[in-house]
Design a binder for this molecule. Structure first.
Ligand code: CTP
Ligand code: MG
Length: 251
């Protein structure tokens, strides 16, 4: 009975805007994907790692992660797909019969701690088949209508204003969580969720932004454990600067 970690690193990092994929961008002298792989390994609860690589970069990604002295786990690198969901599916195809737990983790969250990895795996082991880390939110969140907004009836000449959206709902902030990775799953459940998700993606040209969403779509329960600040996601240069600060704080 083993834990497989799928480390998604096949994205291009468009919003970061560098001339190399985000997972290979360096933070404190090491590529983001290596930070993430080292912390997965340091948790002591991950038995093997599959990394999804951008098109044409499988060898470069292998050079970064497979020879590192801190990773010391069997690591395989596979071609990712055109969406994150497709990349996870490519990694999942390498799951073996012994892998009873699968973690899905983003290289874009390089500083997610070994403690967080252990917390997620422990919750799965305790009988929760789908587990995500979540943080309380500090902003008030509104749900808006995606439909175009028609201008209200007006008697006089309408002044041209900024684009507006219509608020539909204000969920109770105390019950909202900003969800992170690693997300942990019973392998059979994750495989079932991806199979159903792939069928929907084909029909509706939709891709899920996280794996727990695919499990929810099956009608199965997802549980939340406490997340952490250091599991922040690197999307922009500003996020990278914040990650630098966190790394220095912990040094
Ligand atoms: N990812 C992946 N395969 C894809 C797209 C994304 O494996 N086809 C991975 C990314 O490498 C990242 C994680 O999924 O670790 C979260 O994606 P995101 O933060 O959106 O990264 P990018 O897609 O690389 O960034 P951007 O959307 O700005 O291009
Ligand atoms: Mg993306």
């Amino acid at each position: 009975m083993t834990v497989l970690a799928i480390l998604t690193a096949a994205g291009s990092g468009t919003r970061l805007g560098r001339d190399l994929p985000k997972a290979l961008v360096e933070l404190g002298g090491f590529p983001l994907v290596l930070h993430a792989a080292r912390r997965l390994a340091a948790s002591g609860v991950v038995d093997r790692i599959v990394v999804t690589a951008p098109p044409g970069l499988t060898a470069a990604m292998s050079d970064v992660v497979t020879a590192d002295a801190h990773v010391v786990r069997p690591v395989r690198v596979v071609d990712g797909g055109p969406t994150r969901q497709a990349s996870v599916a490519a990694g999942l195809a390498l799951a073996g019969g012994d892998d009873d737990v699968v973690l899905v983790h983003d290289a874009a969250r390089p500083l997610a701690s070994p403690e967080l990895v252990r917390r997620v795996v422990a919750a799965v082991r305790a009988g929760h088949p789908a587990v995500v880390p979540g943080q309380p939110v500090t902003d008030t969140i509104k749900r808006v209508s995606p439909a175009p907004v028609s201008a209200p009836p007006t008697s006089g000449p309408a002044a041209a204003g900024p684009a507006v959206e219509r608020v539909v709902e204000t969920p109770d902030r105390a019950l909202l969580r900003a969800v992170q990775t690693p997300q942990g799953f019973d392998r059979a459940l994750l495989e079932r969720a991806h199979a159903a998700g792939a069928a929907r993606a084909g029909a509706e040209h939709l891709a899920a932004t996280d794996d727990a969403g695919l499990v929810e779509a099956l009608g199965e329960t997802v549980h939340v454990v406490a997340g952490e600040e250091s599991a922040l996601k690197i999307t922009t240069e500003r996020d990278l600067a914040v990650a630098h600060l966190l790394l220095e704080e912990r040094a």
